[in-house]
Design a protein around this ligand. Structure first.
Ligand SMILES: [Mg+2]
Length: 390
């Protein structure tokens, strides 16, 4: 009967000089945790690790004052599977969210997501399976995918970055093996953004279906529609987060006018928010893409509920491509049969990216077979995690 004996928490910088249409990443950081069990293998305890996905700041206060104390105060049986053989992340989730009112999800969902990641890492390690196989088996999902579509997200605004630097960045992504790239829009005027888009299209041999653009929620309705009119002839891979993430009416109106794929959801942090997106935002199941981040939105336990809701509404999991760009989402994408996963080559280190040995081939990345999420195969991140505990 495994038991959690300690949970350690810390903060690491993932700062960068780049900006999107809304924020710069100068002060960005993230929370990390280590959940230490009393299971011993090769003379060392089995430990699960987690971190918060990029784009939201560290959540140490919520972890220290609410989430971690609740887990540590729980009776061991409250955190275990029915047969007592392993930690059950779903039961632990109920403990972590105890005495929290509904709605107003804020950063609480991020804190729960960090520990949720570590609990899934721990549970799969206790069963000595890579997480994607463990998930597929535990949840009866059938054969998992052996590799996952990834696209390279970049094209940020940065001091001194002009058209040539932008093109070089995109060429670098293609050299790394990516086929689809993403760039930011909305941090400049429409005319300048169109110049930037056309410059990137030159690198892609004019193939708009290999370019996604991301406005990071910057536009009002008029601007979203004006960009939509200009973008439509390019036949883009998608047009992402045109307006405020909670302005579903703006999104629905744009969807009536813009015929190409729209993508959104990275700033929706709960099942009720995702349900409202489907109810009110005019999302089209034959082309649009849902980007809910399984870490920022209360973790994988909540993400599985969101997947069930999508299934009931007739959406294929292939229409989900999570925000985040990390190893955890890669396992989730493979196990749940999602459409793919984001990737930010070289950014948001040490948490972002995949195993040191991971190679992108024709826009896809294969999973590794080490137990759990496989952080032990990402040396810089593993070193940071190891610093949390003896
Ligand atoms: Mg985005």
């Amino acid at each position: 009967m495994p038991k959690i004996v300690a949970i350690h928490e810390g903060t690491v910088p993932i700062s960068s000089s780049m900006s999107n249409a809304y924020i710069n990443f100068r002060d960005m950081d993230c929370s990390i945790v280590a959940v230490v069990s009393d299971v011993v293998r090769d003379g060392r305890p089995v430990v699960g690790y987690g971190f918060s996905s990029n784009g939201r700041y560290s959540v140490g206060e919520i972890l220290r004052r609410r989430v971690i104390p609740r887990l540590m105060a729980a009776g061991p049986e409250e955190l275990l599977t029915e047969d007592g053989s392993n930690i059950d992340p779903a039961r632990a989730w109920a403990v972590m969210t105890r005495n929290e009112k509904p709605g107003g999800h804020g950063e609480r969902s991020v804190a729960v997501g960090v520990v949720d990641m570590a609990l899934f890492d721990l549970a799969a390690k206790i069963d000595e399976e890579p997480l994607y196989r463990w998930l597929a088996r535990r949840h009866g999902l059938g054969q998992p995918d052996n590799d996952v579509f990834v696209y390279a997200a970049g094209g940020y605004y940065a001091p001194g970055k002009g058209i040539h630097e932008l093109q070089d960045e995109m060429r670098h992504f293609l050299d790394l093996g990516y086929r689809v790239v993403k760039m930011k829009i909305g941090g400049a005027g429409l005319g300048e953004d169109i110049e930037r888009i056309e410059a990137v299209l030159d690198v892609l041999d004019g193939d708009g279906s290999r370019l996604a653009v991301d406005a990071n929620g910057r536009f009002d309705l008029d601007t979203a529609l004006a960009y939509g009119r200009e973008l439509e002839p390019y036949g883009l891979f998608w047009y992402e987060e045109p307006g405020d993430p909670l302005d579903f009416a703006l999104h629905a109106t744009l969807a009536e006018h813009y015929s190409g794929p729209l993508a959104t959801g990275e700033n929706l942090f709960s099942l009720p928010d995702a349900r409202n997106l489907l109810r009110y935002a005019g999302m089209r199941p034959d082309r649009d893409v849902i980007q809910v981040d399984p870490v920022l939105s209360y973790g994988l336990v909540e993400y599985l509920r969101i997947q069930e809701m999508l299934r009931q509404q007739g959406w294929s999991p292939r229409r989900c491509i999570p925000h985040g760009g990390h190893q955890f989402a890669l396992h989730i994408a493979a196990a749940l049969g999602l459409g793919g996963n984001e990737s930010y080559p070289g950014e948001f280190q040490p948490t972002g990216g995949f195993a040191d040995s991971a190679v992108v081939r024709d826009g896809r990345i294969a999973l590794t077979e080490s137990p759990g999420i496989g952080f032990e195969e990402k040396s810089t991140l593993y070193k940071v995690f190891r610093g949390l505990h003896t």
